[in-house]
Design a protein around this ligand. Structure first.
Ligand code: AHR
Length: 491
């Protein structure tokens, strides 16, 4: 059998642009995500800028991180931003009730985060507190960070050392309002959202994201789309993790059955996005409101010996598979999915970076994000795919996933994933409409799907030159190794 892919590359196709924000990330006050992750403090021996690790900044810039969501997650609905401004020694401490009851000393606050985003060249996405906060508190935060006029909040910001406002466009109105954000019904949350959103304007362009559905809670999306006037909302969220909640697996030591289950859960994202988008189409046929998948990724058992509340997990080629197929799904739904945030950036869940004291490693997931950054703000090239199966027992999944785009210079990129751990797959790829002469490629692969980078072997898995593709008369033949991610460049 052979997998076939047909790509429409003709320049007259009207296709959406793949928003670069699909490649965004998430950093919560959770475990070692911020403290002992991004932030080591300015007295640390680890080279840093205002307390933020320089090696992390450099790596994320290279990956082209477009936007970063903060401070949660569940933490967001316990966070009172005024606790995190002003002299650090005067800031009150709180208990981080969702994540191991850790003491949060608020030493990393609004200024620290927004200045860090400037260092990263990433746009901030602030998640406001609806669960235990007030409308006034969130309205004040919007003013504090973004107002240039003379008013109490901009005066306070200036007194705290920041003269000019930051450019904060993306705002979350609570998080998981159906759960840790307040256990609300969608009908109740609609009214909360309408109230909060009304008072969040007045300091430049704003993109307000409603706390969205968990997985296939389509009633949640329908209720929000029906009940929120379009003048008050720019995005609606959805969260989906690739996980078996009934029995999570080790991050590294998993069976093929567990791998198969994880991949099934990851591929479910396509169904979820398709159905949530169809509901949105009913109320918003012009697709003004974005679907924002602001939490996604693999979720496993924590590493042995680490705090169960800190969600620290290793990252193997399985995670590269999740990242590759999920980003292909988002690319192919670029008309509606206009932001997505991988959970989470450093030391938490499906991280792109892990740290251990002064050491830092890039995970297989990092490399996928870096390889795929060629799709950021490129025009989607629609494709049809007829994939071979990856069969396990009596079940099967499509072995190959793909997406394609054309960038501003006319260069075409095709990202391909073979999730089958047992077989390479041969692909025949036909590009309709154009002749390309040059073909190059990069591949991420390893002998076993459980393989991963460690602090002792940080470069076991890294992108290599891909040589198993050839082009003849517009037809490309590819031999895609088992559990590999490939990105082709055509010009
Ligand atoms: O990403 C970890 C947690 O998962 C987030 O805090 C919450 O929003 C979700 O349930």
């Amino acid at each position: 059998a052979q997998t076939t892919i047909a790509i429409s590359a003709s320049s007259n196709t009207s296709s959406p642009v793949i928003s670069k924000y699909i490649y965004s990330h998430f950093a919560e006050h959770l475990g070692r995500g911020i403290y002992d992750g991004f932030y080591v403090g300015d007295t640390s021996k680890i080279p840093n800028t205002n307390g933020v690790r320089n090696d992390i900044i450099a790596a994320l810039k290279k990956m082209k991180i477009p936007s970063l969501r903060w401070p949660g997650g569940c933490f967001a609905d316990t966070y009172h931003w005024k606790d995190g401004i002003g002299p650090k020694d005067k800031r009150p401490a709180i208990v981080n009730k969702w994540w191991g009851n850790a003491i949060e000393d608020n030493s990393f606050g609004t200024h620290d985060f927004l200045n860090m985003c400037e260092l990263l060249g990433a746009e901030p996405y602030l998640a406001g507190n609806v669960g235990s906060g007030t409308v006034q508190e969130l309205a004040d935060w919007v003013q504090y960070v973004g107002s240039d006029n003379k008013n109490p909040m901009s005066d306070l910001r200036k007194a705290n050392g920041r003269e000019k406002p930051w450019d904060v466009k993306f705002w979350g109105v609570g998080n998981e309002a159906w759960g840790c954000g307040g256990n609300m019904t969608p009908e109740y949350y609609v009214n909360e959202f309408r109230k909060y959103s009304t008072f969040m304007t007045g300091s430049g362009k704003i993109f307000r994201v409603a706390s969205g559905a968990s997985d296939d809670d389509y009633h949640w999306t329908e209720t929000l789309m029906k009940g929120i006037p379009q003048s008050l909302i720019e995005g609606i969220a959805v969260h989906h993790y690739a996980v078996n909640w009934a029995k999570k697996t080790s991050a590294t030591n998993y069976t093929e059955a567990e791998y198969f289950t994880t991949m099934k859960s990851a591929l479910l994202m396509d169904t979820l996005v398709t159905h949530h988008a169809a509901i949105m189409d009913k109320y918003d046929p012009k697709k003004k409101i974005a679907l924002v998948v602001d939490e996604w990724g693999g979720w496993y058992d924590v590493e042995p010996g680490t705090n169960p509340g800190f969600l620290y997990q290793q990252n193997t080629m399985r995670d590269a598979m999740i990242a590759g197929v999920t980003l292909n799904i988002f690319n192919n739904h670029a008309d509606r999915v206009r932001m997505a945030n991988l959970a989470q950036c450093v030391n938490v869940l499906q991280a792109v970076i892990l740290t251990d004291k002064q050491k830092m490693i890039l995970t297989p997931t990092y490399h996928v994000l870096e390889m795929y950054n060629v799709h950021q703000d490129a025009t989607l090239l629609p494709l049809t795919i007829k994939s071979d199966d990856y069969a396990f027992g009596s079940e099967k999944l499509p072995a190959v996933s793909a997406s394609a785009s054309r960038d501003k210079n006319g260069v075409v990129h095709i990202s391909l994933v073979n999730i089958d751990p047992n077989h390479p797959h041969n692909l025949s790829l036909k590009l309709d409409g154009e002749k390309f002469k040059g073909l190059t490629g990069r591949i991420l692969a390893s002998a076993k799907v459980q393989d991963h980078n460690t602090f002792d072997q940080p470069d076991k898995i890294k992108p290599e030159v891909f040589k198993s593709a050839s082009i003849k008369d517009g037809n490309i033949s590819i031999a895609l190794p088992a559990t590999s991610v490939v990105v082709l460049t055509l010009n």
